[in-house]
Design a binder for this molecule. Structure first.
Ligand code: URA
Length: 239
């Protein structure tokens, strides 16, 4: 990793503005490789230099990856004048990272949403060319018949004439009103429109998985956590 200005690195890690960091340095609170540092413009190598601020080690991370169980009532956007956004659920600890949601879930949809500041990975996961599978738990207003299941799996024509790609549908309950649908594309309101095309209304929708990454079932709606290294690898291997 190339050298990085110490003040820039600490500001990125949420330790305050460059002015605040200068103050910390003047107070002798910043130590790099065991030496008190006064010049915050000095370059450091985050991968090999040990940085301690106020007695706490600071581990530099350029990118952050969170999985969230999105609750209903929040929109997947970074800001909105009147509606609550998923970013408002994050603690201040993440405020400095300029995170954004990867793709969109409707306001009333729950479940797995990724938040990151890694534009490259987000772009790859969203690229229509990659066909990253996404699995949804869908509760509908009436039973899915065998014919409807076949139609949904082979491809249906949406209200705008678009024909969906092959999908996978598994019935969760005997009554067939709760199903798992896996699609490899992400058209606007796709799941709801797919079911509408066979005359059904979606009553509840929750995303459970993106490209082999499953929502941690310990996360209650509104909760989130960082991805593990293994989970991140799994997402990267979707490319
Ligand atoms: N399909 C929908 O209809 N809504 C979502 O939120 C996600 C997929």
């Amino acid at each position: 990793m190339a050298g990085l200005r110490l003040d820039k690195m600490l500001a990125h890690m949420g330790l305050g503005s460059r002015k605040d960091i200068k103050k910390l340095a003047r107070a002798g609170e910043i130590v790099v490789n065991g030496m008190v540092v006064r010049d915050t413009a000095q370059k450091i190598h985050p991968d090999r230099d040990e940085v301690v601020v106020g007695g706490q080690p600071v581990r530099y991370r350029e990118h952050i990856y969170l999985m969230m169980n999105k609750p209903a009532g929040y929109i997947s956007a970074t800001e909105d004048r009147s509606l609550l956004t998923v970013l408002e659920l994050l603690s201040d600890q993440y405020a400095c990272f300029e995170l954004f949601p990867v793709g969109r879930l409707d306001r009333d949809t729950e479940g797995l949403i990724l938040l990151t500041n890694d534009g490259k990975l987000a772009h790859e996961l969203l690229s229509p060319k990659k066909h990253v599978p996404k699995t949804y738990l869908v509760r509908i207003d009436s039973m899915v018949t065998a014919d409807q299941r076949l139609a949904l799996e082979q491809g249906v024509t949406l209200d705008d004439g678009y024909r969906t790609l092959p999908a996978k549908l598994e019935v969760v309950q005997d009554k067939s009103v709760e199903v798992l649908l896996t699609i490899t594309e992400g058209k606007y309101h796709q799941v709801k429109r797919m079911f509408a095309s066979v005359g059904k209304k979606v009553l509840y929708l929750k995303r459970l998985a993106i490209g082999g990454l499953w929502l941690d079932e310990n996360l209650a709606p509104g909760q989130y956590r960082e991805l593990t290294d293994e989970e991140l690898e799994l997402l990267r291997s979707q490319k």
